[in-house]
Design a protein around this ligand. Structure first.
Ligand SMILES: [Zn+2]
Length: 216
């Protein structure tokens, strides 16, 4: 079973990917992790990637696609992948389709965590981390109170890059880039839309239901 997870930043893809990996014995393909690992190796490719990232540019498709090719040709991962953050554009989606058939595998489903924009903004903008104990709160959904948190409220901090403008910008970029991909998978009848506004456990239940329906 190969699964593609889709959703805007802040939709909780990481959590759901972890659930899938644990319960179905799968491996996560995160292009971000792959790139970081290569940089750490300090290889020729790693150095090239580092230069690109340091400049704030996107790593070209051919480098990313090569990583994916390598993973798909590894027998250990045969039909056992969860893609998180890939494909990121239509070209990558088309490339992945070809790679998957080249390696005699298939995409079982594409799970799209669709989150209401307002909820998404609140999830991201409301996030507060306590610098004293490390616990994460959300001022809208899970605020720090005297009952659930004993530290002084001065320790509650927001991430500096989580300002409204940046978040909206990230969301719009995401929408523009991913809509064509979603349509691509819809045509292939692989797309399953999930209500990403629901609770984490509820979302996972829905995912389990979809997977169960695939296996019968
Ligand atoms: Zn605290």
């Amino acid at each position: 079973m190969n699964i593609i997870l889709f959703g805007p930043p802040g939709a909780g893809k990481g959590t759901q990917a972890d659930n899938l990996i644990k319960n179905f014995n799968l491996y996560k393909v995160s292009t971000g992790d792959l790139l970081r690992e290569e940089v750490k190796k300090n290889s020729v490719l790693g150095k090239k990637i580092k230069t690109i990232i340091d400049k704030g540019e996107f790593v070209p498709d051919d480098i990313i696609n090569n990583f994916i090719d390598k993973i798909l040709s590894n027998k250990i991962f045969y039909n056992r992948l969860v893609f998180d953050g890939y494909p990121r554009n239509l070209l990558q989606a088309e490339y992945l389709k070809n790679l998957i058939s080249k390696h005699n595998q298939k995409i079982s489903c594409v799970l799209y965590l669709n989150v209401n924009k307002e909820i998404l903004l609140k999830r991201i903008l409301g996030r507060q981390t306590c610098n004293n104990c490390g616990v994460i709160f959300n001022e809208y959904f899970n605020p720090s109170t005297s009952e659930n948190h004993s530290c002084d409220p001065v320790y509650l901090k927001k991430r500096p890059d989580d300002n409204e403008e940046t978040v909206i910008d990230r969301y719009d970029t995401y929408l523009n880039k991913t809509l064509p991909i979603l349509n691509f998978y819809k045509k292939l009848k692989l797309l399953y839309e999930i209500n990403g506004d629901a609770e984490i456990n509820q979302i996972y239940k829905e995912i389990q239901g979809i997977i169960a329906s695939l296996e019968t």
